[in-house]
Design a protein around this ligand. Structure first.
Ligand SMILES: O=C(O)C(=O)C[C@]1(C(=O)O)C=C[C@@H](O)C=C1
Length: 272
């Protein structure tokens, strides 16, 4: 199986991807959208993208790509995120990392490096690569990025603002690999409507059947201000009658828009 994820080598996405693919069968792209695109077109069997972080919340580019492309979600992977500060030495002026990582270390950076320039780059490993090439740049990423790299020092470890920092990833697959088996299901709903109680009505079919929601996110539809697409994760599989009944009701409520079943899947924790 070939997989594609956010590169270069050494990103957290890369670490998560190793839960579903052999290390030598993983390729890299520079953005989440290009990963989802490469899976939707069948270029890869699987893609691994970050969805949500326990400190910083949704990875909005991923949600928007899931709403735009016809792909399946086939696995959820949760990993702890332990950030280190990596540089050639203490004389750096700029700290480069993924915007999510910079945000997850906000308090540490304000306290320890209030004068440093923060630069958002495509991924944590990309920032570390810049630090490897330039002594005025430090990167934030997994400490293993410094292994076998004589030019890089780990200046500080565990710099994230909460010890419990963790990120949830989805393994995405071509639409035909969509599965009904698994304890969770992801749906994307575009009601194309706006009236008092709409969101309450959309969620009631699940409450009525005792189906627990584990995530509800709204994203702008991009069509007009105040018009939303909802991302809903439920603790039930598409193999269950109650799930299909709830979705049938949801489809009636969203008759002017659409409901997409991204598939059912199981959760995997990656410890390191
Ligand atoms: O830059 C990386 O290492 C990534 O895999 C991306 C990403 C993210 O988008 O949230 C993944 C996990 C961490 O939360 C920080 C960054």
């Amino acid at each position: 199986m070939t997989a594609v994820t956010l590169g270069p080598e050494g990103t957290y996405s890369h670490r998560a991807a190793q839960a579903i693919a052999d290390a030598d069968a993983i390729d890299f792209r520079q953005s989440v959208t290009s990963i989802v695109d490469a899976v939707a077109t069948g270029e890869y069997d699987r893609g691994v993208i970050p969805i949500e972080n326990s400190i910083e919340g949704s990875v909005t580019e991923s949600l928007d790509a899931l709403a735009e492309y016809d792909v399946a979600v086939v696995r959820e992977i949760v990993t702890p995120i332990k950030h280190a500060l990596l540089a050639q030495g203490p004389g750096f002026e700029t700290i480069a990392s993924h915007s999510q990582a910079l945000a997850q270390c906000r308090s540490y950076l304000e306290r320890e490096y209030p004068d440093a320039t923060l630069e958002a780059v495509a991924s944590t490993a990309q920032g570390v690569e810049f630090a490897r090439e330039d002594p005025t740049i430090a990167g934030i990423g997994h400490p293993a990025n410094a292994d076998n790299a004589t030019e890089l020092e780990v200046l500080a470890e565990d710099i994230q603002d909460q010890d419990s920092n963790a990120t949830r990833f989805f393994a995405v697959a071509p639409a035909e690999d969509r599965s009904k088996g698994g304890g969770k299901t992801t749906l994307v709903v575009y009601p194309n409507a706006n009236y008092p109680g709409l969101l309450l009505e959309l969620l009631e079919p699940f409450a009525d059947r005792d189906i627990n929601l584990t995530r509800v996110e709204s994203r702008p539809s991009g069509r007009r201000l105040g018009d939303y697409v909802f991302h809903v994760d439920i603790e039930a599989g598409l193999y269950e009658a109650r799930t299909n009944e709830a979705i049938a009701e949801l489809e009636e409520l969203a008759e002017k828009g659409w409901v997409r079943r991204l598939g059912s899947y199981d959760l995997e924790h990656v410890v390191e």
